[in-house]
Ligand binder design. Structure first.
Ligand code: 5GP
Length: 138
């Protein structure tokens, strides 16, 4: 995969405001925060999207995320927060290295704006689709 700005942060070529690091995970403040405390959590493994992430790195992220969320909440006193994880440019992924956003939500309007456009799941189509997805799990 091509080098990204996060590769340069991982190598130390570009500085960051680090909040957490272990063998497989790095976490640091987003440089263009949507709200105070907007934090990124990335694997050190060079995967572009989360479906490409090896199990060990996914497990390490899974362990680290709740801990970092708790610390962000404690530091910012945010009453709520969003976890965002974009995969693919069509899905608003700008940096092509897996990352989770922890975005505190305050009652001042800062934070993640969400435009939610729900459809309606047809029961028969839903049953077929769920079975198809389940059958493809590796
Ligand atoms: P995406 O849209 O790919 O999910 O989000 C990428 C995020 O990376 C953005 O929120 C952006 O502000 C952040 N970002 C981009 N470049 C840098 C950087 O050099 N340092 C830090 N700390 N964050 C960055």
């Amino acid at each position: 995969m091509a080098l990204t700005i996060f590769s340069k942060i991982l190598s130390g070529e570009i500085p960051c405001h680090k909040v957490y690091e272990d063998d497989r995970v790095l976490s640091f403040l987003d440089i263009f925060p949507l709200s105070r405390g907007h934090t990124l959590v990335i694997p050190k493994a060079p995967a572009v999207t989360i479906d490409q992430l090896p199990d060990e790195d996914a497990a390490a992220i899974g362990l680290a995320l709740p801990r970092i969320c708790r610390a962000v909440l404690a530091a910012t006193q945010a009453p709520a927060y969003n976890l965002l994880q974009n995969n693919g440019q069509l899905a608003h992924q700008a940096v092509l290295h897996v990352h989770f956003h922890i975005i505190p939500r305050f009652d001042d309007g800062s934070g993640l704006g969400i435009h939610w456009r729900p459809g309606k799941l047809d029961p028969a189509a839903g049953a077929a689709l769920a079975a198809d997805i389940a059958a493809r799990l590796d």
